[in-house]
Design a protein around this ligand. Sequence first.
Ligand code: UDP
Ligand code: MG
Length: 139
Amino acid sequence: MAGNRTFTMIKPDAVRQNNIGNILAKINEGGFRIIAMKYLRLSKEQAGAFYEVHKERPFYGELVDFMSSGPIVAAILEKDNAVADFRTLIGATNPAEAAEGTIRALYATSIGENAVHGADSDENAEREGGFFFSHLERP
Ligand code: UDP
Ligand code: MG
């Protein structure tokens, strides 16, 4: 029986630090199945559009610069209770507050450069997956 889905990105800091393999291993150990995955670099405009919901936040400009600073890995993951369980696996936004053993505790360097993205609701997971993948690419 298929579980439900979440959306993730391995951010430019983690790609630069050669942590793609380590993070994918944590994702698999966490019981997530990869439904779709791609490696690409976002333009500033694309990063700005993805994070549109944060437009009014003080960190928006920095976030857009960072997320377009190098390649990322975008993926759709499947598991029962995927959204909540993935947020638990990645840990708090600020790695200083992230629980031991979480992806952000292990691989993030700061609140901005925090290694991974995880969708925060089923609705956003669907919307964010649709930003990167066509219907053909997410069976
Ligand atoms: N961010 C930041 N400064 C902050 C809060 C967030 O640079 O004070 C960045 C960080 O990369 C974070 C992203 O903006 O992952 C989105 O913020 P959100 O509050 O949605 O955190 P998340 O859902 O990623 O834990
Ligand atoms: Mg968020």
